[in-house]
Design a protein around this ligand. Structure first.
Ligand code: SAM
Ligand code: SF4
Length: 472
């Protein structure tokens, strides 16, 4: 087992991924249907599944049983998590990078990449463009480079919060950047970040070593321990993830669940979100197709994750095509990005074209935020820009929204309605606006009398008085 030096490790730093043990679980015989149904029943009671139980669901091959897993994930999503889908956009700040990740166009050996970092005015311009479309939640994305120090990242966060145009403002800034030491995390926390995301990429050690031949990212344990250090530094919303397509998708699911359980055990709270990006074509990248994940397997991994980690949000990004995103939304995805551009400067410069030399990989869903909102409404989902929990200090306890009966009814539902109303008034197209108000009326009709009245009061203040950012 690798051991880290004291200044760079958390209290619980340990390599808790045992490749042999995970492979052994995946090599087990297909489970009895009764065992699979028992595990599904446990998940439906909102109990987290163990790694062994998760492996059992992954090993189920009988198509009828797999359908039962899909149906359970849909049911859990409908009855437990409600119909909200939280919307955000990525903002790529800079693509300088000292690492050489085989799958990424920002790798340092890609000499064709146009390297660029947004400075003050250019950053402001991007944020203004995002606000003008109605975004309220961003994730800032960075390559790994000494110039992207914690202080630099913290400054970017403060600048983003400072940009206000009309009713536009960014209310939550999340980060996807290289792992830091604890002082670094404290610096970015002081700037008011929401979630800090680090993807392990692959939990499989040999593959990890092959994919990350040089640079700081070559250190598997430093990365695996990255979010434990974040939690010890006081960041209690952290996001884990794996890049699907580097190794066996089932192994990565077990890695993610192991990681979630590790954080839950040692810090009393699991990850806020799990991401499961699939590999996309990228400039200067030749990918080995052996482990590519089919759409069918992608749906399975989402359904199994939904059942395994009841208190964790699931993020499906615009890497995936629109139709597939639509399907996995029904199986428990709780956050998506929309209207995304991943070129540096892409929100003002790229139009609808994808510029291979300037982006990290190609997107699968290039629709506008308004088009995505229109589709969500048509499918019975309520788009939410809510940031209330984080701003009221209800972080770390995000499991409340799933765990405490009535939390969704009292807070999340009403906040989705008020933030959607803001969007409809300030930014929506005519078609989305009328679909949105009809949807809001249906939501109000489903609320109890007292809540309905409180929400109507806030809606009046938003529509009549021009008030914004009213939340429960
Ligand atoms: N540079 C930092 C790091 O590697 O942790 C921060 C973020 S990196 C710009 C964001 C994520 O994009 C990576 O963690 C990886 O999972 C994903 N990514 C990289 N290349 C990709 C590709 N070709 N297709 C899909 N996702 C990719
Ligand atoms: Fe750099 Fe991150 Fe891309 Fe790796 S994934 S090359 S660390 S930007």
């Amino acid at each position: 087992m690798t051991v880290l030096s004291t200044d760079a490790r958390s209290r619980h730093a340990a390599d808790f991924i045992d490749d042999g043990a995970l492979h052994a679980l995946l090599a087990s015989a297909a489970p009895e249907p009764s065992r699979v149904r028992q595990i599904i029943a446990k998940a439906m009671a909102k109990q987290a599944l163990s790694v062994q139980e998760t492996a059992c669901l992954l090993n189920a091959e009988d198509p009828a049983l797999v359908e039962e897993i899909f149906a359970a994930a849909r049911e859990l999503k409908r009855t437990v998590y409600g119909n909200r889908v939280v919307l955000f956009a990525p903002l790529y700040i800079g693509n300088d990078c000292v690492n050489d990740c085989r799958y990424c166009a920002f790798k340092r050996s890609n000499k064709d990449a146009v390297r660029r970092t947004l400075d003050g005015p250019a950053l402001r311009e991007q944020v203004e463009a995002l606000e003008a479309r109605g975004h309220k939640r961003l994730i800032l994305v960075f390559g790994e480079h000494p110039r992207y120090s914690p202080q630099f990242i913290a400054d970017c966060v403060r600048q983003v919060y400072g940009v206000r145009v009309g009713h536009g403002e960014i209310r939550r800034v999340n980060i996807n950047a290289a792992p830091m030491d604890q002082d670094g995390y404290r610096a970015v926390k002081d700037a008011g970040i929401g979630t800090f995301q680090i993807f392990q990429e692959t939990y499989h050690h040999d593959t990890y070593a092959r994919m990350h031949p040089r640079g700081p990212k070559a250190d598997y344990l430093y990365r695996l321990d990255g979010l434990s250090r974040a939690m010890e530094a006081g960041i209690d919303d952290v996001g884990i993830g794996a890049l699907f397509g580097l190794y066996d998708w089932r192994f990565e699911v077990l890695g993610l669940v192991s990681h979630a359980l590790f954080l839950q055990t040692h810090y009393g709270v699991g990850p806020h979100t799990i991401s499961f990006p699939r590999l996309r074509p990228a400039a200067g990248v030749t990918l080995d197709e052996r482990w590519f994940v089919s759409d069918r397997h992608f749906k399975r991994l989402v359904a199994v994750l939904r059942l395994a980690v009841p208190y964790t949000g699931l993020i499906c990004t615009a890497r995936e095509p629109a139709e597939l995103r639509r399907e996995v939304m029904a199986m428990g995805v709780s956050q998506i990005d929309a209207g995304s551009r991943i070129e540096i400067g892409g929100y003002t410069e790229a139009g609808d074209a994808q510029v291979m030399q300037r982006e990290q990989f190609c997107l699968g869903d290039m629709r506008s935020l308004d088009a995505v909102i229109g589709e969500l409404l048509a499918d019975g989902h309520i788009p939410s820009f809510c940031t209330a929990c984080y701003r009221l200090g209800r972080t770390g306890e995000h499991f409340m929204e799933f765990a405490i009966p009535g939390f969704i009814k009292r807070f999340c539902g009403p906040n989705a309605v008020t933030t959607l109303a803001e969007y409809l008034i300030d930014y929506a197209s005519e078609a989305t606006r009328s679909a949105g108000w009809a949807f809001i009326e249906r939501e109000l009709a489903g609320m109890d009398e007292k809540t309905r009245q409180q929400v109507r009061e806030k809606l009046d203040r938003i529509a009549r008085d021009g008030d914004r950012d009213l939340y429960f």
